[in-house]
Design a protein around this ligand. Structure first.
Ligand code: NAD
Length: 361
């Protein structure tokens, strides 16, 4: 297959692209705007592969996307490009509306025009796979409740509201125009190459730097953590074997309170990096600092991933213990990637990119 991946320089997108190049024979065109969250240094291991190409472009720019579709002739689009950080959406929702809603609309329109021009059997085989989040469902209050594919939408933050809107658009393009879509809603991901504004990498890097480990409110918020490579495997299953028009929830069966996650990281650092402990602190956990809670903070998310397990045979390979150990070890072994993100130098690179002007010429 030829697969157009949007947002392939981000955290999950880069894991998906590495998985597609390393473990399948598919060809990948990675279309990414390279916002602060896009990092081509997460793709250096596959950048020279002849089945991989990168182009810097904005999904809002429908005519460029249409030209790229015509040229690349994909069998599937896997749409991950998004603004994804809840705190940033609270401080400035505009980019979230623009990319997550307007951008998804533009991409859908470009995809629809391309798909309508395809001849059979390629037309029937085409897939538009929209990658979304469990945050569209709002939060759970019962201890045993789980999000299913039919849980009503009740997003809390500008981020989750913009993702909910994009999900509705994708379903409407299927119902109204027949575009062959698939949707996935996944729980919190963690793993290598995660931008250090998110909880797990932030805690690891702050602990190693002797900085406070900020925990919102009382740290009792529950998240269902999934190792990012398990998500990438699930996405490949869905795009190749999922039923058109269907939604699949993806989750790790790994519910943890935020404070438990922070303590688990501290324990792993005690074991894996005992000599990196900041001076004057007996334990990494002594750096934990409770800070004012995020407005509208959801209390609990947990996914019922039974449908994808039953219908497509996907189950996560990593437990939280094995995945978190791999993650902490990766951050210890890849300090240069971290340093270049932290000092901003990663944004100066456009490794292996095809110039958009050459493509449009
Ligand atoms: P990320 O923020 O790490 O990466 C997003 C990528 O999209 C970046 O490379 C960025 O440059 C690119 N991008 C942003 N705006 C763009 C635009 N207008 N045009 C083209 N590219 C653009 O995000 P992530 O954590 O990898 O998440 C990927 C997708 O998965 C998102 O749609 C997100 O909603 C969803 N998701 C994330 C999680 C999670 O835990 N991180 C969980 C479930 C679902």
């Amino acid at each position: 297959m030829r697969i157009l991946v949007t947002g392939g320089a981000g955290f999950i997108g880069s894991a998906l692209v590495r998985h597609l190049i390393c473990n399948t024979a598919h060809e990948v065109l990675n279309l990414d705007k390279l916002t602060y969250a896009g990092n081509l240094e997460s793709l250096t291991s596959i950048a020279d592969n002849s089945r991989y190409e990168f182009v810097q472009a904005d999904i809002v720019d429908q005519s460029t996307v249409s030209t790229l579709l015509k040229r690349f002739q994909p069998h599937a689009i896997m749409h991950l490009a998004a603004e994804s950080h809840v705190d940033r959406s609270i401080d400035g929702p505009s980019d979230f509306i623009q990319t997550n809603i307007v951008g998804t609309y533009s991409l859908l329109e470009a995809a629809r025009a391309y798909w309508q021009g395809l001849a059979e059997p390629k037309k029937s085989a085409f897939r538009f796979h929209h990658i979304s989040t469990d945050e569209v469902y709002g939060d759970l209050h019962g201890v045993y409740d789980l999000f299913t594919e039919t849980t009503p939408y009740a997003p809390s933050s500008p981020y989750s509201a913009s993702k909910a809107a994009s999900d509705h658009l994708v379903r409407a393009w299927h119902r109204t125009y027949g575009l062959p879509v698939l949707l996935t809603n996944c729980s919190n991901n963690y793993g290598p190459y995660h931008f250090p504004e998110k909880l797990i990498p932030l805690v690891i890097l702050n602990a190693l730097a002797g900085k406070p480990l900020p925990v919102y409110g009382n740290g009792q918020q529950v998240r269902d953590w999934l190792f990012v490579d398990d998500h990438a495997r699930a996405l490949l299953k869905v795009v190749t074997e999922g039923a058109v028009g269907e939604t699949y929830n993806i989750g790790g069966h790994n519910e943890q309170k935020n404070i438990e996650v922070v303590h688990a990281i501290c324990s792993l650092l005690e074991e894996l990096a005992p000599n990196n402990k900041p001076q004057g602190f007996a334990r990494f956990a002594d750096l934990i600092t409770f800070v004012k809670d995020r407005p509208g903070h959801d209390l609990r998310y947990a996914i019922d991933a039974g449908k994808i397990e039953r219908e497509l045979g996907w189950v996560p390979e990593e437990t939280f213990e094995t995945g978190l150990r791999k993650t902490v070890q990766w951050y210890l072994d890849n300090r240069q990637w971290c340093r270049r993100v932290q000092d901003g130098s990663y944004q100066g690179e456009r490794l292996g990119s095809t110039d958009i002007k050459d493509l449009l010429a």
